[in-house]
Write a protein that binds this ligand. Sequence first.
Ligand SMILES: NC(=O)c1ccc[n+]([C@@H]2O[C@H](COP(=O)([O-])OP(=O)(O)OC[C@H]3O[C@@H](n4cnc5c(N)ncnc54)[C@H](OP(=O)(O)O)[C@@H]3O)[C@@H](O)[C@H]2O)c1
Length: 263
Amino acid sequence: MTLAEHNTPSGHNAGNNKTAVVTGASTGIGEATVKALVSAGWKVFAVARRADRLDALGAATGAVPFRADITADDDVAALLAAVTEAGGADTLINIAGGARGADTIANADTEDWDWMYQVNVLGTMKITRAFLPMLRANGEGTVLNLTSTAGLSAYEGGAGYNAAKFAQHAMTNALRLEEVGNNVRVIEVAPGLVQTEEFALNRLGDKDAAAKVYAGVEKPLTAEDVAGVVAYSVSLPHHINLDQIVIRPVAQAANHKLVRKEG
Ligand SMILES: NC(=O)c1ccc[n+]([C@@H]2O[C@H](COP(=O)([O-])OP(=O)(O)OC[C@H]3O[C@@H](n4cnc5c(N)ncnc54)[C@H](OP(=O)(O)O)[C@@H]3O)[C@@H](O)[C@H]2O)c1
């Protein structure tokens, strides 16, 4: 049984009339979130750029696949139109994002920084801006932003990702203040080390370097661990706002304090 199935508050289970748009759904935390929500009775629109993976997820779960690049205005408009046509959504879960590179600022790669800012910050802004009228009109809207502990404290070699995730964290706080009068709930989930298939590979560029990120860590978080917490927080009765959830593996007391067993 997953955390979401175990903990989903009663009255919010199968056939619950809740509908979510989940970005970053083609792999990792987003894909696991789609599965957790569908199994808890949600209708889910699964959004990412790789249509083949979304189609497979849709076929396996019943989620509605929608190919979109969240940084592209036309794609965001097409997604909004499709969700509107299908009856709307009450919950937007912004998971698409990621890191590129681990350079110091002295060696910063402009393209990496640009990519991280585009996806984590501008992409999150564009899709949120597009969906806010729908969420307000629903009367009980929710936005959940998947940030990171990299958005709460900086580390050497993290500056580009830190800057993007600190920005996403700040946007989340501003949004909560701006939308309170519209009864839109705004949740931040900030994970530490999560072992997903692609995150470290995309960041560092090769399998060996990616494997070293998790080397010796007995139990890093899994995508399913984080998805369970995401699904739980959006399934609580709407008047309960978990403003910010920081979730780390026990082996990681802080970004710089990670216990690795000798191999
Ligand atoms: N793994 C970790 O240790 C960790 C820790 C804390 C926070 N996070 C954050 O959690 C989120 C998910 O992490 P993850 O490990 O699951 O990452 P991941 O495996 O790299 O997945 C990233 C997802 O974002 C999608 N995406 C990327 N650019 C996109 C774009 N322009 N438009 C639409 N979708 C886009 C990707 O799909 P396509 O390539 O198909 O578009 C993919 O589904 C990210 O925001 C990440 O920063 C991760």
